[in-house]
Design a protein around this ligand. Structure first.
Ligand SMILES: N[C@@H](CCC(=O)N[C@@H](CS)C(=O)NCC(=O)O)C(=O)O
Length: 235
């Protein structure tokens, strides 16, 4: 049995089973990437729900694991050399899980680097741009009621990025062709989120990207996606 007491976060969110992966998250686009990957991989894990309403992601215990104060974060009691490891940043967590298991990434080195490019494309492009679109279009709509520029700027970036994905997905089942990878898992919750969380389907023009929409449906149809997308559930 592993001792996770060196991780202060476990004082606020105690591990029932310290021998399995501890996930600190919420079902947001960044959060569900990790729960979906864990479900795909069939790894045992214990989800802890971080309450944004109580600003728990900025609590000293949470920040001790992720200095950036944002979900998701994770502890694997069986990290490199069998020692516990703490991780944050969803892209890094996805990559760690893929390398740990040798799954959700291609077998060859070139394919792995190509997958990493698409994970970075999500982390540096799709996530931040879609997130800003959602902020100005939905959450701060009143603050920018007299200035259409922020919504237009991020709507156009969202469209441009979907255009990049559309070209990539034409004639491909998944981002990496026949292999379902962490690149798909990084990207699809953000495309879904632009619709489900931001109600931006029409203003972004989802129908202009049929290959992306077909791929999104294929991603959503996977049993692991159906399960992971709601984790951590409300108690
Ligand atoms: N680049 C980070 C972004 C994480 C992030 O922005 N998480 C959001 C939820 S999707 C969050 O925790 N927001 C709460 C806050 O900013 O206080 C990642 O991919 O893990």
């Amino acid at each position: 049995m592993n001792d996770l007491s060196t991780f202060p976060i476990t004082r606020k969110w105690p591990a029932k089973n310290p021998d399995i992966i501890q996930l600190y998250s919420l079902p947001t686009p960044n959060g569900v990437k990790v729960s979906i990957a864990l479900e795909e991989l069939g790894l045992a894990y214990e989800p802890h729900r971080i309450d944004f309403g109580a600003n728990e992601q900025k609590s000293p215990e949470f920040v001790s694991l992720n200095p950036n104060g944002r979900i998701p974060a994770l502890i694997d009691p069986h990290g490199p050399d069998g020692k516990p490891i703490g991780l944050f940043e969803s892209g890094a967590i996805l990559w760690y899980l893929a390398e740990k298991t040798g799954k959700l990434i291609p077998a060859d080195a070139a394919g792995r680097y190509e997958t990493l490019c698409w994970v970075m494309f999500q982390m540096g492009g799709v996530g931040p741009m879609f997130g800003q679109f959602g902020h100005f279009y939905k959450f701060a709509a009143e603050k920018v009621a007299n200035n259409s520029y922020p919504v237009e700027r991020y709507r156009d970036e969202a469209k441009r990025l979907l255009g990049v994905m559309e070209e990539r997905l034409k004639g491909r089942q998944w981002i990496m062709g026949d292999t379902y990878t962490v690149a798909d898992i990084a990207l699809f919750p953000w495309v879904r989120g632009a619709d489900v969380f931001y109600a931006g389907r029409n203003v972004i023009g989802f129908d202009d990207f049929p290959a992306v929409m077909d791929w999104l449906q294929r991603c959503l149809d996977r049993p692991a996606s159906q399960k992971g997308i709601n984790i951590p559930a409300k108690e």
